[in-house]
Design a protein. Structure first.
Lengths: 252, 252
């Protein structure tokens, strides 16, 4: 499988999910329908979206790691799948939630060859093979090194001095908004081991990296060796090469 | 003018704004086209939206208070107008920005007889005469008194202990999301005198109040005596009657 094929599959997955969730009545989106392999209750919108995604991916020789279903298949190519990143938003009709797919040649996220994130509410599409695109146009991170900038921070419980802080509820999309320069950085330093999962962020990490971002954990360590599995956790700092070291310093 | 007429006018305004901004090319949305009466640069999307709104409102005997144009007209009925609340989002294709209109029988926001907020990106419409509605259905605030809840906080630079924190970038819409129970509270305690303006929040304050919320400044004072003018500033706490006093306590 090459990146073109992976992109084609990703788009099929997105369309199947859109089709699936469009049939759910608004009042039913957040009803709970079981317990996910991530240890949290599964909402109907998650279940329907995941079933739709897996109905496409089952035809390929891949190992899928997904929020609700866990690990499926045993192909060499690993796919981190989040059918709906931003479930709360999707269930509440807040138009900021996405499907996220990351295709890697191994179980390391450093071997990713395609990252794909699509806002299912308005159709904006991000993807990267070695170059990063939004709706087919090349994108690039900002180049500011000034803290008087636009930041996504989970959670800003100390004073960093950013100009504008946002917390929108879909890490995948928010990291893509750093990739395209809308925001200048993404920081998530919650939890001792991190709260982000591989299916939330690995596709967006690849997209941001291809757009010129530096992506590390909150200690400055590479995330390339992180695995596409259910147990991996992330604390992340994503920013352009000038701003990134200043953020690490501020987090000390 | 009664609330039905004000609602009809609000909907006309929304449609004119949608028509106006749909003609702007995406790259041109955030180009600066002058200086607003609020003392900040006017972006093209703001100017086009305000011109569209005023083209409707000029036919009525009202006093309009608006972000870019300042005070226009001298009717007894005062209209606080924000043609685009969430300009940054609208300019960046983040689908979370709204038109906001507040109609009052005087220059006090306590005399409001219609509040109207519409998300221009997905068409979700909030309004209240004496009852609050979302897309025509009655809405009501949540009833939790637990801090393990969903909060909008500008900015959470201290640890409140909320379960989920969001900062979406349109105070008008965010306060409406408290009115309909999606979020449990809205807090903006930035600035000694507050950063929110009357056109940002007065319509949503009325909607939230009609949905059962308590709305005060951060000291617990009423906002009813606040004026519909360019100089008024707000620090706000919006929540259901059980949670609200606990938030005031936490802010001390």
């Amino acid at each position: 499988m090459n990146s073109n094929e992976a992109l084609k599959i990703s788009r099929e997955v997105a369309i199947e999910i859109e089709r699936g969730i469009s049939k759910i009545s608004p009042d039913d989106l957040s009803s709970e329908v079981g317990m996910g392999k991530d240890g949290t209750p599964t909402k109907k919108v998650d279940k329907v979206a995941e079933d739709a995604a897996l109905s496409v991916l089952k035809d390929y020789d891949v190992t899928v790691v997904s929020e609700e279903a866990g690990v499926i298949g045993n192909g060499d190519i690993h796919v981190a799948l989040d059918p709906i990143d931003g479930t709360f938003n999707s269930a509440k009709n807040i138009p900021f939630y996405a499907v996220s797919l990351c295709f890697s040649k191994s179980n390391r996220i450093g071997d990713t060859f395609l990252g794909y994130v699509k806002n299912l509410a308005n159709g904006v599409e991000y993807w990267a093979n070695e170059t990063a695109y939004r709706d087919g146009k090349k994108i690039r991170v900002s180049d500011t090194s000034d803290f008087n900038c636009n930041a996504i921070v989970y959670y800003p419980e100390r004073k960093f001095g950013f100009r504008r802080i946002r917390i929108m509820g879909s890490a995948a999309l928010e990291i893509c908004l750093v990739a395209d320069g809308t925001f200048d950085c993404f920081i998530d330093y919650r939890g001792d081991d991190g709260l982000l999962r591989v299916y939330d962020v690995s596709a967006a990490i690849h997209i941001a990296s291809c757009a010129g971002a530096v992506v590390t954990d909150t200690e400055g360590g590479s995330v390339n060796e992180k695995h596409i599995d259910m147990s991996e956790r992330f604390r992340l700092v994503v920013a352009n090469p000038k701003l990134h070291p200043l953020l690490l310093e501020a987090l000390k």
